[in-house]
Design a binder for this molecule. Structure first.
Ligand SMILES: [Zn+2]
Length: 312
């Protein structure tokens, strides 16, 4: 099937997609649209508001449930995808997680891998966070957030960091949209497959092992002072003794020695943690003045890629 042979319904805007519900509740069982008979015979209720649903399985649109009376139910899609994801992880207890890269690095320290667990807990309080799903095995623990309409913000990531809990976020809505795009229909099995095995719509909110490695690197990193330089009408800052040998003096009394230009090299360097500024109090807050140095780990060997060792 080429992209032109798909029906028009597939290219409709996202707002239309979210009005379609892929799951209905029959008793306590979550029924996907494929399993339900057409029309009111589906005997399903909306997972969000509990209203009666009708299964629309026509030829024009992707098959979906809709409210029998009224349609303003913004949470139906989100609740349905949430419930399904919880049901899948509770049953399968395994999940593929993306590779872990250190700050500003592109070579992963941990490869993407499939993790297996023994226990599942849903909506359980852990300190100040209430993750959607917690997978546990021995002392290993992974939190899974199912993102549909709102995604985890900085505040949540800060809490996870404080508690040292590794967590991934899965964008369930993106998976749903991709299925509709690829197949023209919602397929529960493909959704399940993508939730568990897929990597495209997952991201690390926080990884504890990554933080530990970075913390260690930071402790071993060096603070290299920067020097102001005024040359031919231009101000610049140079960091003498760059371990990565970014630049070299071509002449003068420092000929042959290495240095780096703070703005042109260090600011974007893969081995630079931060630029350190002189600080001054202006009003009620501290503001950065001129740079005084960089925190650099260029002299350390790259952390050995642990590869297939467990990333949590
Ligand atoms: Zn509803």
């Amino acid at each position: 099937m080429n992209r032109f042979s798909k029906s028009k319904a597939l290219n409709r805007p996202a707002s239309n997609i979210s009005a379609r519900i892929p799951f209905g509740l029959r008793g306590h069982q979550l029924l996907s649209i494929e399993e339900a008979p057409r029309g009111l015979a589906c005997d399903c209720l909306c997972p969000a508001c509990g209203a009666q649903l009708v299964a629309k399985k026509g030829a024009r649109h992707a098959h979906h449930f809709a409210h029998y009376r009224g349609s303003a139910c913004p949470d139906a899609l989100e609740t349905g995808l949430h419930l399904k994801a919880k049901e899948v992880f509770e049953r399968l207890r395994r999940v593929a997680v993306p590779a872990v890269c250190l700050y500003r690095q592109t070579t992963p320290v941990f490869e993407a891998q499939l993790l297996r667990f023994d226990r599942v807990r849903l909506e359980q309080h852990l300190g100040k966070v209430v993750p959607d799903i917690v997978l546990e095995s021995g002392s290993k623990r992974l939190l899974i957030e199912i993102g549909v309409s709102h995604h985890s913000g900085k505040e949540k990531i800060r809490k996870l960091k404080k508690l040292g809990l590794s967590a991934i976020e899965i964008d369930a809505l993106a998976i749903y949209r991709q299925l509709i795009r690829d197949f023209g229909q919602f397929r529960a099995t493909a959704f399940e497959q993508e939730l568990v095995q897929g990597l495209e719509h997952k991201r690390w909110l926080f990884n504890d092992k990554q933080q530990r490695i970075e913390y260690k690197l930071r402790r071993q990193s060096a603070e290299r002072p920067a020097q102001h330089r005024y040359f031919k009408g231009f101000h610049s800052y140079i960091v003498p003794g760059c371990p990565l040998e970014k630049r070299r003096w071509r002449s003068g009394f420092r000929e042959g020695e290495c240095y780096a230009s703070l703005w042109q090299d260090c600011l974007y360097c893969h081995r630079c943690f931060e630029v350190i500024y002189e600080r001054a109090v202006a009003g009620f807050e501290e503001v950065a003045q001129h740079p005084v140095g960089v925190r650099c780990w260029g002299h350390l060997p790259l952390p050995r890629a642990v590869g297939w060792a467990s990333s949590i």
